[in-house]
Structures are given as C-alpha cells and as structure tokens.
Ligand binder design. Structure first.
Ligand code: SAJ
Length: 407
C-alpha cells in the first residue's frame, strides 16, 4: 500500500508527488494519459518547469515514485486535476467534472480512515461536494465521518514552483479538525513555512481571494495604462512614482492577463455571487479587454505604413516561461496576423516552432532578425533577452511597449 496517491500529474500534481517521494514517502501518481504515465516512469517530464526534471528523476530513481493509469490503495489521496470554467446559457460556470471523475476513480480503493485532499483551485463548497460524491459512489452505508476530507490549495508560481512549494505558507481547511491536523502532518514533511488551519470553505475562498486580489490590482494598472495614453502621461513613470507612497503598491500593466489561474479563478466567485461580486467581475472584464486594445493600437500605427513589417516580441503568457496557453500575447499576434496588411515576425526565445494557429501566418525569427527587419516593434512579453535590445535600435523604429521594459 502507498502512503500517498496523487490524482493528476500536471503542473501541481507532479511536483507535489515528486517532493513527497524524495522525502521518503511511497507515492503513486495517477494520470489518465498513458503518455504521461510512461514518460514519468522513465524519470522524464512532459511539462516545462525549471528543475522539475531533476526532482522527478530523483523521485523515480529512489523507487518511491511510480506512475499508473488507475488509483491504488493509499492512506492519503491528493486530487490535483484541472477546474476550468464552461460557458453555458446561464453564463460562466465552474466545471467540476474532473474532480468528480477523480472521486469516482478512487472509490474502488478507498478505505475507512483515509484522508482525501483537494489541491485544485475550486469554488467554495467543493470539498463538501467531494465528500457527498464519494458517499454516493460507495454502494455501502458509509458515513461522512468514515473519511477525512481537506482542501489544501496550491499557491505556487509557475517559473518558481519548486522553490515556492517548500517556502510558501500553506492553508489547510479540513471538513473536521482531525482532517486538518492529519493533512498538516503530511505537508510538514516538505513544507518549511507556516501551515495555517481553518475550515474547508475558508480555505477554498482564500485561494480564490488571492488570485482575485491580483487580478483586481492588475486591472487597476491596465486601466491606468489606457487613461494615461489619452492623457499623454507615461504610465510606467506614474506607477513608479505613486509606489513611492508607503501605502501604495500598484502592479504592472501589460497586454492582458493570461495563464490558467488569475484569469479563471475570479469567475468562480462571480458565478457564486453574480449580483454582488461587482468589482471582481469588472476587473475581469477590464483585463479581458486589454488584448483587443493592444491590437487596435498596433493596427492604428500600422495604417501609416504600406505593408509594414511588424515584429511581435513574445508569445508566452508571462515573462521567462515557455507556456503559450491562455496567452494574451499569442492572441494578439493571431489577431494581427488575421487583420494586418503586412508581415508579422514573431519572436519567442523559448520555442522552436510556431503554434499551429500561427503556422503560415507569421514567421518565427530570432530577436536580432526581428528588430533588424521591423518597421514596428511590439513588445508583448518582458522576457529577459528583450531587455538587452539597445535603445539606439529602438529609437529608429515605431515601438509599442506593452510591458514598459524600455520606459
Ligand atoms: N501580470 C500583469 N501584471 C503584473 C503581474 C502579472 O500583467 O503586475 C500578468 C502576467 O503577465 C500573466 C498574468 O498576469 O499574464 C498572471 O501571471 P502571475 O505571475 O500574476 O500569476 P500566475 O497565473 O503565474 O500564478 C498565480 C499566482 N497567484 C498569485 O500571485 C496571487 C500563484 O501564486 C498561484 O499559485 C497561481 O496563480 C495558481 O495556480 O493559482
């Protein structure tokens, strides 16, 4: 029997399973993809995150981590599956079907006394629902107190996951105090920061609140960037100066908010309280409208040229990662490729081939080639190499810097 069975071996499940294994626990990781299972059992990885390859290799080679297609008996189950949202007739709705499938998949192997932890970011009430689903699934007169349930939201930042996995404080919300305590003992095996115990609903809302707080703050910065354009004020200088006030800490504007977390999680709050979550909803709308604003800005500048060459620097969803999914930069380049009469050069140092949507519509080039050939340079992602482009070169081009790195 295993100590821990982790369901879902993606960006959260894989580092979590691996770190437990390197601390000496017997871990089985479960994924519905045979390719993922095979890759991990070879000690390799299917996603990109700095140093994750080293951690997974060490975990597999120690004999403490293996991957399987189906769950195996364990004393703790950790659910780390996606929780996207769906567009329905009634608006945006959280899609909890992956969690429900995970619960169904563990039902044949759970025993009384097992601890079941939800790590996926989820709407308030999901841990309670999980308990309900498991009891419904088990065709015997099981009681809710036969199992221990807790929500332990992940809070790690893509690009710095391994460091933050160990050093971030954690929140654990059990359906019972015993569940919280047991989960705390487990996470203490690798977490060197403080672990705070609360109830499941508060833990669920805490995670949604953290990401909504960031979204609202970025929306404030994005709105300022639009106002400043009209008022002929340099927004970067403005924010730098305003942030010198001891109680002001504005985040940075950009071409929009991407990734699977900040742009998604606030909707869980809005879906639960549609009439009351007014600020959180507006912030989402402000951030979602920013990519189109950038497209219009570029089209307007390009209209002054005949067949301009437009260099778009960056396709990833944020700086220094290679993740192009849910990326405002990528969306902007796709729109420009559709709408602009001219040539699009795309420059993304972290990839070697363009995503399918851009094949034949843009050309992937190096930074040097992009800036040499461009009439218009559009900076979309603040990757480190772009910061080194000499001012002299930029002074000779039309520049749209959505991240303020050359300000
Ligand atoms: N962004 C801005 N301006 C800023 C900061 C970010 O435009 O000042 C943009 C980024 O470019 C990116 C998006 O926001 O497109 C999100 O990036 P991020 O670095 O803010 O966050 P994520 O999505 O990579 O990770 C977040 C983190 N949450 C918080 O910082 C509150 C992380 O700790 C969470 O674990 C993660 O969501 C998650 O999994 O929920």
């Amino acid at each position: 029997m295993y100590d821990v069975c982790v369901i879902g071996l993606g960006y959260i499940g894989l580092p979590t399973a691996s770190i437990f294994a390197t601390k000496g626990l017997k871990v089985v990781g479960v994924d519905v993809s045979a390719h993922v299972v095979e890759t991990i059992n070879k000690g390799q990885i299917h996603i990109h995150e700095p140093d994750l390859d080293i951690l997974v290799k060490a975990a597999v080679q120690s004999g403490n981590l293996c991957a399987k297609i189906k769950p195996e008996p364990a004393s703790t189950f950790i659910i780390a599956v996606p929780t996207p949202f769906l567009e329905s007739d009634e608006g945006l709705k959280p899609d909890l079907s992956y969690i429900q499938s995970a619960i169904r998949s563990i039902a044949p192997v759970v025993k009384k006394g097992d601890l079941i932890i939800l790590e996926s970011t989820s709407p308030v009430g999901t841990t309670e629902l999980m308990c309900q689903w498991l009891l419904e699934e088990l065709n015997d007169p099981a009681q809710s107190d036969d199992f221990l349930f807790a929500h332990c939201p992940e809070r790690i930042l893509p690009g710095q996951m391994l460091k933050e996995l160990v050093s971030n404080d954690r929140i654990i919300g059990g359906l019972t105090p015993q569940a919280s305590e047991q989960a705390k003992t487990l996470y203490e095996s690798f977490c060197s920061a403080e672990i705070f115990l609360t109830d499941a609903r508060t833990a669920e809302m805490a995670k949604l609140t953290e990401n909504s707080f960031r979204d609202v703050n970025i929306a404030f910065a994005n709105e300022l960037s639009i106002l400043c354009e009209d008022l002929s004020v340099d927004v970067w200088e403005l924010i730098r100066l305003a942030n010198r006030h001891p109680r002001v800490k504005i985040l940075q504007p950009g071409p929009g908010v991407g990734g699977h977390c900040i742009a998604v999680d606030p909707w869980f709050i809005v879906a639960a309280c549609p009439d009351k979550a007014r600020l959180i909803k507006t912030a989402r709308q402000v951030n979602d409208s920013k990519p189109k604003y950038v497209v219009d800005q570029v089209l307007e500048r390009a209209s002054r040229f005949k067949n301009p060459v437009v260099a778009c620097l960056g396709l990833a969803f944020k700086a220094d990662v290679d993740d192009l999914r849910e990326s405002p930069a990528r969306w902007i380049v796709e729109q420009l490729a559709e709408q602009l009469e001219g040539q699009i050069l795309a420059c993304e140092p972290h990839i070697t081939a363009l995503p399918k949507q851009l094949e034949g519509k843009a050309t992937l080039v190096s930074t040097d080639e992009a800036i040499k050939r461009a009439d218009i340079i559009v900076l979309l992602v603040d990757h480190k190499p772009f910061k080194k482009i000499p001012k002299r070169v930029l002074n000779e081009r039309v520049v749209i810097d959505t991240r303020g790195i050359w300000s």
